[in-house]
Design a protein around this ligand. Sequence first.
Ligand code: SAM
Length: 302
Amino acid sequence: MAAAGKTTEVRAPSPEDGHAAPSPSLSKRQQKKLLKQQKWEEERDLRKQRRKERKQLRRQERQHLQDEDQADHHHARKRFRREATPSSLRLVVDCSFDSLMLAKDVQKLHKQIQRCYAENRRAAHPVQFYLTSMGGQLQQSMDEKDGGWVNWKDIRIQTEHYSEVIGKEDLVYLTSDSPNVLKELDHNKAYVIGGLVDHNHHKGITFEKAKELGIEHAQLPLSAFVRMNSRKVLAVNHVFEIILAFLEKSSWQDAFFTVLPQRKGAVALNPAGDEKNQDKDQEFSSDSEPDTKSLESSENVS
Ligand SMILES: C[S@@+](CC[C@H](N)C(=O)[O-])C[C@H]1O[C@@H](n2cnc3c(N)ncnc32)[C@H](O)[C@@H]1O
């Protein structure tokens, strides 16, 4: 009887097996090796096929996990949306400066408005969002680059000037040139943001318009919380997002530092007005393009 685990007999490969008959001069060990090699060669296609199947299976598993993740994320967003408590505060982007802008700046304004829309849709306390004096180059850009804007929800888009849509007594123009500093937000008011990307070419234009119309005006209380190198002029979406953040956090300091990118020179001031952060060489850009990484297309923001 052969010892367990030991093979004592090797049948010589024959042409019937499909194997070339090994030369009789080969030793048993060499014959075994040759057979093994032939088998390995023959099974090459089979191994390839199995590898392919395993890869496909892994891909399917990954896809399945991704689909599950996406579904969870979608449901979380839906839950969040349902839990949002809308604010009665009205926030207007005044698009009446269209003819003062170059096409490239209109495109920046378009992106800033998209950003405002997306942020409002996911805010804890979404505002009553108005776009007034809609038309001209801005509408053209929106039609060409994002036709989905016509399906935007929870926003009033009007061709009329804001003063024809909202009573003057309710209007407060937000403008960095106003001597009045905003302390609180009045939920019965409509705050207006100038829809303008002007690289400081039209300094004071919104302040002048507000005075002409005889409506209230105010600047954000930036100086109390943030050191600014030059004028405290922010981009439309930054002002919009600061208002949303204030509605959520009830703190200007938190609102500014949630929204204003530190890389753009946000320097916190402590209550005594001293700087907390030493990065003094930058300033906010009023005409920046919003970070569109998280920007969802109008159709996707459900
Ligand atoms: C890029 S700025 C336009 C600057 C323009 N030269 C002007 O006179 O308003 C866009 C808009 O954001 C709002 N804004 C910017 N900085 C602000 C600040 N510090 N306080 C209040 N509103 C501000 C204003 O409504 C402004 O019209």
